[in-house]
Design a protein around this ligand. Sequence first.
Ligand code: PLP
Length: 442
Amino acid sequence: GPLDPDDGQRAYDLDRAHVFHSWSAQEKITPLVFAGGAGCEIWDFEGNYYLDFSSQLVNTNIGHQHPKVIAGIKAQADVLATVAPAHANLTRGEAASRILARAGQPFSKVFFTNGGADANENAIRMARLVTGRDKVLSMYRSYHGNTGAAVVATGDWRRVPNEYARGHVHFFGPFEYRTEFWSTSAAQESERALKHLERIIQSEGATSIAAILIETVPGTAGILIPPPGYLTGVRKLADDYGIVLIFDEVMAGFGRTGDWFAFQNDTVNPDGIVPDLITFAKGVNSGYVPAGGVIIPPWIADEFGERVFPGGLTYSGHPLAMGAIVATLDAMEEEGIVDNAARVGRDLLAPGLAALAAKHPMIGDVRGVGVFWALDLVSDPETREPVGPQVIAALKSELMKRGLLPFAADNRIHVVPPCIVTDEEVARALAIYDEAFTAVEA
Ligand code: PLP
C-alpha cells in the first residue's frame, strides 16, 4: 500500500517505548525505520530508497522479498505451519538433502537450529562428546554468536562481559595488513600463524582440546581471507592432535564468496581441505525465517547411533524455515545467483574498490572475494592507524544521504550486497562510495 509517514513515526515511537535492542545502550540509539524492500533495495515510510549494501546483517544473500521464497513460505504455511522436531517432515528432509548436495562429501546429516549461535553451540557439543575432551580453540578476531559457549568462543569485545562458559582458549589468526607476527609476506604470515597455533595447542595440552572453531573467512572481524596454506595447516594440526575442526560458515556460506561454501572457494582454500563439521545460518534462506544448523559427516553422526545425542530445540527444522530454505536454494540454483556473486566480485568489485582505494588515501586496505569485501580505513596510510568512530559516523551519514545503506564495523566499511546485485547497482554504489569519501575528506 501507499507509504504513510505517520506509520513511520508510530513505528519509531513504539520501538523506543517497548523494544529492547541487541548490543546497545537503550537510550543511546536512534534506529532507522524501514517499511519495505525488494531485491537490493529497502525503503522507509517517507519514500526514501536505499541500496542495501549491508544485506542487513550480511544475510539477505537472495535480496529482499524474493517472490519464490515468499511463495515457498506461504505454501508451507497453508499445509503445516509447525511440527515437533521428533516427527518426520517432508520439507525438512528436502531442505537437508539440498544443503548436503551443496556441502559435498563426506557430509551426510544436518542438525537444524534456530540460528548461527546455537549451530556453533551444538557443533561444540558434538566435538566434546566424540572426543571426550573439553577445550575449544577459536580466534580473537571472530564472532560466533551470543549464547553460552558461542559467545565465549567469540573473540571480539562481546565475549568479555559474557565469560561464564568454561574451556575456551583464543589465538590469533593470520591478518597480513595488521600482522601480529611481524611478517612481510602472505607465506610468512601463514607459516607464523600456524606455528603460533601449534604452540597454543601444545601449551594447553593437546589431549584436552576437543575442537578448533574458526570462521572460514572471519566476517564481522574484517573479512580476513586466509593466506594460501593456512587452512591446510590448520587441518593438519587438527589431524595430528586428534582435534575436531569446525568451520563456521554462518556469514561466509551460501553464496557470499561466490561459491556455495567459503571452504569450496579457490582463493580461500586453494588446497580444498574439508572440515569435520560445518555450521551455517543466514544465507541458507536469507533469514526470511530464522534457521541455522550443523552439517555432519557419518563418523560423527554414527557416534550417536546407539548413544543419545543430548541436545535439541522445539523449533529444530521448523517447517516455515525449511520451506524458505528449499525455495531459496532452488531459486539460487535456477537463477545462477552464486555465479553472479563470483562474477560481480571478480569483474566489478575487485577492480572498482581498488580504483576507489587508489583515489582515497583513507582506504588503507581492500580485501575480499565474491560479494564479501572490507575497506580498512586509516588516518595515516604509513602507520595504518585506524580511523576513529567520528569518521565512520560521518561516512555512514554521507552514504545514507546518497541512498546507500552501509555495513560498518570498527574502522571499516564492509561492502556486502546481496548475491543478486546487478552491474548497474554496483556501478551506482561505487559512485556513492566515491562521493561519500570525497565529502568526508573535505
Ligand atoms: N557466526 C558468524 C560467523 C556470524 O557472523 C554470526 C552472526 O553474525 C553468528 C555466528 C551468529 O549467528 P546468529 O546471530 O544467527 O545466532
